[in-house]
Design a protein around this ligand. Sequence first.
Ligand SMILES: NC(=O)c1ccc[n+]([C@@H]2O[C@H](COP(=O)([O-])OP(=O)(O)OC[C@H]3O[C@@H](n4cnc5c(N)ncnc54)[C@H](O)[C@@H]3O)[C@@H](O)[C@H]2O)c1
Length: 449
Amino acid sequence: MNMNRRSFLQSTSAALLATSSFRLVGADSPARRHRTALVGCGWWGGNILAAAMASGACEIVALCDVDRRFLKRTDERVRKETRDAPKLFGDYREMLAQVKPDICIVATPDHWHPLIMIAAVQAGAHVYVEKPISHTILEGRAMVRAARAASRVVQVGTHRRASPHNLSAREFVRSGKVGKIGMVRAFVNYGGGPETPKPHTQPPPELDWDLWCGPAPKRPFNGNPNNPWGSGIHPRGFRHFLDYANGTLGDWGIHWLDQILWITGEQAPTFVSSLGGRPVKGPAILNDKEQTSDAPDHQIAQYKFTDFDVSWEHRLFAGHNAEKGENVGCYFFGTEGTLHLGWQKGWTFYPTNDKQATIHEDAKLDEPDGQNIRTLWTNFLDCIRTGNKPISDIEDIHRSTNCALLGMLSLKLGRSIAWDAAKYECTGDVAANQLLRRAYRGDWKYPEI
Ligand SMILES: NC(=O)c1ccc[n+]([C@@H]2O[C@H](COP(=O)([O-])OP(=O)(O)OC[C@H]3O[C@@H](n4cnc5c(N)ncnc54)[C@H](O)[C@@H]3O)[C@@H](O)[C@H]2O)c1
């Protein structure tokens, strides 16, 4: 990794800090160094920003959001919690050109991750980008190539790789205590019911809706003004609109599919098959007056790996938890027992021999929102200093993202696919291969690297 003297000296002081406990520091701190920008000042961007501020090793020099309400709120927060005075932008291209940050956090909706991450590394920034890394598979490949060509560290926000109970579960499985694994089941279940179409509305005056949609199709605006978890698109609701994201499999499935790859060392499935639909939410509607979301309200995806099979299952109804355990996680089924790896409830091992006691480990999560971003952020800074591969490296999470995207691809096609990861091809399947990319809107150019 290229490093001049100034950045070397800066790295060294931050490295010392990175090992100490996290705390807020002021602008006069001698430790301050990474000029950090946040693109996407919504819910999760705020959580990552908190980790950056608390690290004591970052100066928040720029904030960027196409919605000035979120920009203002985040600016107020930064000014309150630090002595930084970030510059504010609505367009990431202007931000990168004017500010040239050392670090760029990308926490926009999924459809924007590829263009912003690629532009950021090409502008010289190390990037912390959110999951799923891309909306289509070939965008992800371009992101990995761009990161490598620019020799920048790109950490993805799959913070479960840094969570203590996930790490110990990994060790447990890898030590052979679960025995030979024949099958893994990953899932999330939430409550919910039928979806009522919402009338289109004018975007609020503070929002640049055209730029929010960017390279993706421009749907009529439909907001969540009072409840961020409402059925509108912005904020947060984009997850359930397939123009901008890939539904619950793209949102939650990526986390657990990533855990499966990370724990077992598998890299890619060879066969994927998925079913799903909207029997409870009702048909997807988009007409000149109103719309609903269009992601499936339940989905089952099956993956064939070398030594075992994986199933993913989600439903956004019947959230009564009749299954009893946690509503999210994965089960590793092995010859010595079953390990349930969850989120807030840690992990539990149920031995095959019922004379043996179950083994349990609690989760150790940071608040708000039960995550371990601070550890991931420390690792990110360490890797900027050392040039080591980060624990949620872009290439690894490209593979995990691909698992989720292949499940959606099979669902969209309505049939199974054979995947050749080395060739980036669905074997002998022209229609499937066309879905590895998509046309961008207007003048936006699909990344070809
Ligand atoms: N790692 C995790 O556990 C985790 C958890 C939640 C969300 N996420 C990810 O974080 C990302 C954001 O999700 P969220 O829930 O915070 O959504 P959100 O709607 O709360 O925030 C997204 C923000 O990005 C802004 N934005 C959109 N286009 C932009 C652009 N071109 N330039 C600048 N800003 C732009 C929006 O106006 C909004 O303020 C998603 O990719 C999501 O998958 C990750």
